[in-house]
Design a protein around this ligand. Structure first.
Ligand SMILES: Cc1ncc(COP(=O)(O)O)c(C=O)c1O
Length: 405
């Protein structure tokens, strides 16, 4: 079949693939524990649901401007003022169908074929594929010291004459690391000096745990004006538990936003008006649900760390935010894809292989579910992998007994 080279080079999102496999297993009645997910289980804020329902009731569900409704932009501007301490103009804002689309359109707006985009590893699975979709070249930058904290030298080393942009995601998916203030300051200075675009993926910025501080790139910018090449990405998916609403946004200089809006106008004509209504209500409504979610996730993180540290062969660092733990399982299996498949097939625990995020031997484990999920999931993993774990394991009615090695 004559499919395009680009099309054929793009992998399915591994996280969505695992979700699908786990859902099929569950449909068959298998009691899968899902530690692979990327979405909080909290309920959608009630104001968001009622705002969308009211518009649906009115029966006036129409196109909106491609870059989002004026009301949506106003809500984003208010949010930005509150959390970034900076007032931007409506012309600096574009709403999108999720932060994912906002990043994709930003890349389409800035990249020419063969231009390179550098991002610290481990990285969100979509960055390399998005860059490839724009005919660009993804350049992962793993920290040389093997930690999850990049240093500016790690970036500098990979920047060359083809480099067009750097993407920074902190708090980070998959490691949960909140990047140091020093690194954010350095990367802003470096990109300004070299004239590079800097895409800040701040989607997890409100899910930061005690003892960690998130800082915006703007805090360190020499100037934030119409020549600034900093692009801020955010959205309602994670903090408001509204992943299915698909509303995110980009903030950048007017020319960039104009070009991005033109591109988006031919792709989706902008996000759905219903979902914009819901997002506006969430952004304007009481913010108690965000803090409640943050506290629940911090508690879940502590519990997961405690359970993982009972595993002799697992090395894990404390995540400062998000709802992911990125743990080193290479003592049990250096091939993370094989290990994740074995965990799903043998003990019905869904995880995401680290190789997908640019670090082999690791697994990404989510703690966005319940404490019960975490407890059962780690217990099953231990039974399969850790020779010191109890010999028997009950999964529902089934009793599994470990064979002697
Ligand atoms: C780092 C990162 N950026 C962006 C997104 C996409 O967010 P949205 O659901 O708003 O498209 C995700 C979702 O998993 C993510 O982990």
């Amino acid at each position: 079949m004559s499919l395009s080279l680009i099309g054929r080079s793009i992998k399915a999102s591994p996280t969505l693939r695992i979700n699908e496999k786990a859902a099929i297993m569950r449909q068959k009645g298998d009691p899968v524990v899902h530690l692979g997910g990327g979405e909080p289980k909290a309920r959608t804020p009630i104001e968001a649901a009622t705002a969308a329902a009211a518009l649906l009731d009115a029966g006036e569900v129409r196109y909106t401007p491609a870059e989002g409704t004026p009301e949506m932009k106003a809500a984003i501007i208010r949010y930005t003022e509150e959390f970034y301490g900076r007032r931007v103009a409506p012309e600096n804002v574009m709403a999108s169908s999720g932060a994912k689309q906002a990043i994709m359109v930003a890349l389409q707006a800035i990249l020419n074929p063969q231009e390179e985009v550098v991002f610290p590893a481990p990285y969100w699975v979509s960055y390399p594929e998005m860059v490839k979709l724009c005919q660009g070249v993804p350049v992962p930058a793993p920290p040389e010291d093997g930690t999850f904290q990049p240093r500016i030298e790690d970036i500098e080393q990979r920047v060359g004459s083809y480099t067009k942009a750097v993407i920074v995601n902190s708090p980070n998916n998959p490691s949960g690391a909140v990047y140091s203030e020093q690194f954010i300051a350095d990367v802003v200075e470096f990109c300004e000096k070299r004239g590079l675009w800097l895409i800040m993926d701040d989607i997890y910025h409100r899910l930061v745990f005690r003892g960690n501080t998130w800082r915006s790139a703007w805090d360190y910018a020499k100037r934030v004006d119409e020549n600034s090449k900093i692009i801020i990405i955010n959205g309602v998916s994670k903090a408001y538990a509204m992943t299915g609403f698909r509303i995110g946004w980009a903030i950048g200089n007017r020319k960039l936003i104009e070009v991005m809006s033109n591109i988006q106008s031919h792709q989706t004509s902008g996000p759905s008006v219903l979902l914009q209504k819901a997002a506006i209500a969430a952004l304007k409504g009481p913010q108690t649900s965000v803090e409640a979610l943050r506290m629940t996730l911090e508690n879940n993180r502590d519990y997961m760390l405690q359970e993982l540290r009972g595993f002799d062969g697992v090395h894990v660092e404390e995540p400062g935010g998000t709802f992911y733990c990125f743990a080193d399982f290479s003592n049990y299996d250096p091939d993370s894809t094989r290990l994740a498949e074995r965990l799903l097939d043998r003990v019905m625990v869904a995880t995401v292989p680290g190789v997908e995020f640019g670090r082999e031997g690791y697994l990404r484990l989510s703690y966005c579910g319940s404490i019960k999920d975490i407890k059962q999931g780690i217990e099953r993993m231990k039974w399969l992998l850790d020779p010191n774990a109890p010999n028997e394991l009950f999964i529902g009615e089934r009793k599994l007994v470990r064979q002697p090695a």
